[in-house]
Design a binder for this molecule. Structure first.
Ligand code: XMP
Length: 325
């Protein structure tokens, strides 16, 4: 597979080269798609966002994007994706709130791989159901990038929007499949996507579901979402967001005894994880100054309902993986 990208393919290292890529890609897309319609699952991650912006430039309203909120996205994330692509890019965007549906499908499920597989499968079901309702769609666009084709990942079931419904018989459009991640970013910037989106930290397809180890319940999901929002806000305030590759919180399915207002509590705890990595195959732990940690701890303990402790995970990969599940 690795010879797909021939040696004369010019590496996209700056905005000028990105513009050239966009120009030729738009031309090729118009030739391939003509007046037909294309659907795309738009998660709001870098890859699907770049594909959306590229196709929007090439075919405008003949692109129909579907954003599925599986309920495991970060605080305000879905709303922001919908706002940005509708208001700034004027995209044809269908929003599906499937949070309750996914929770119901995961009821009683605690095994990590099973959780991942269910989320992947149900994502495809939701997407297919919506796609079947739309008429005259000929193409399915995907944000496949070069490493997706050339690297096989064996440790965990990966849930990306790749590998979408074969039974729907769409022809595939994969406009960034020959690009490495840094090139996708160059192209995204040239297409006018914000730096915040383009340089955002990696976020797993199953989202916060893998940060709620064991069976997911609404309470812990809310704790993960709120504590993650505080962590991100504080990292941004002190500039650590520029220094740390990935940072998030995990809330295990376990409660401990604590005390508040002279009363015994029996509540969950938040684990902070902050790692540096180049390509996610290995990771080292980022040292965070204690004064920053204390500030984050204080905010979490006072603002997040349902916890009485804050811990920090100092495990490198290996032996831990970056996510807990
Ligand atoms: P692990 O936990 O395997 O994660 O060390 C390595 C990197 O991959 C991210 N990750 C995912 N990304 N779909 C994705 O697109 C997934 O299912 C998925 N699972 C983990 C993880 O956040 C880390 O950056």
């Amino acid at each position: 597979m690795s010879d797909l990208r021939s040696s004369d393919f010019v590496r996209i290292t700056n905005q000028e080269l990105a513009n050239k890529f966009i120009e030729s890609s738009v031309k090729e897309l118009r030739e391939q798609i003509k007046d037909n319609k294309v659907i795309l699952a738009l998660s709001g991650g870098v890859d699907s966002s770049v594909v959306a912006a590229l196709l929007n430039k090439a075919i405008g309203k003949n692109l129909i994007c579907i954003h599925i909120n599986h309920g495991f996205l970060r605080k305000n994330e879905s709303a922001e994706v919908v706002r940005m692509f509708r208001e700034e890019f004027d995209l044809n965007l269908i929003y599906l709130d499937e949070a309750e549906y996914f929770l119901s499908k995961l009821k009683g499920v605690s095994e990590p791989e099973e959780k991942r597989k269910i989320i992947g499968r149900e994502f495809i079901t939701c997407f297919s159901n919506e796609a079947k309702k739309l008429k005259d769609i000929k193409f399915l666009a995907q944000g496949t990038i070069y490493p997706d084709i050339t690297e096989s990942k064996g440790i965990k079931a990966h849930h990306n929007v790749g590998g979408l419904p074969e039974e729907l018989n769409f022809e595939l459009v994969e406009p960034i499949k020959l690009l490495y991640k840094d090139e996708v970013r160059q192209v995204g910037l040239a297409l006018g996507l914000s730096k915040d989106l383009i340089f955002r930290q990696p976020f797993p397809g199953p989202g916060l579901a893998v940060r709620c180890p064991g069976e997911i319940d609404r309470e812990r999901l809310e704790i993960v979402r709120e504590s993650d929002a505080i962590l991100r806000e504080e990292f941004q305030k002190c500039g650590l967001n520029e220094k740390v590759w990935q940072y998030f919180t995990v809330v295990p399915d376990y409660r401990t005894v604590g005390i508040k207002d002279d009363k015994r509590t029996y509540l969950y705890f938040v684990v902070i994880r902050a790692v540096n990595s180049v390509d996610a195959t290995t990771a080292s732990v980022e040292e965070i100054p204690y004064d920053i940690l204390f500030k984050i701890r204080d905010r979490m303990l006072s603002e997040v309902v349902g916890i009485n402790r804050v811990l920090i995970d100092i495990t490198p990969k290996p032996t831990g993986t970056i996510e807990w599940e």
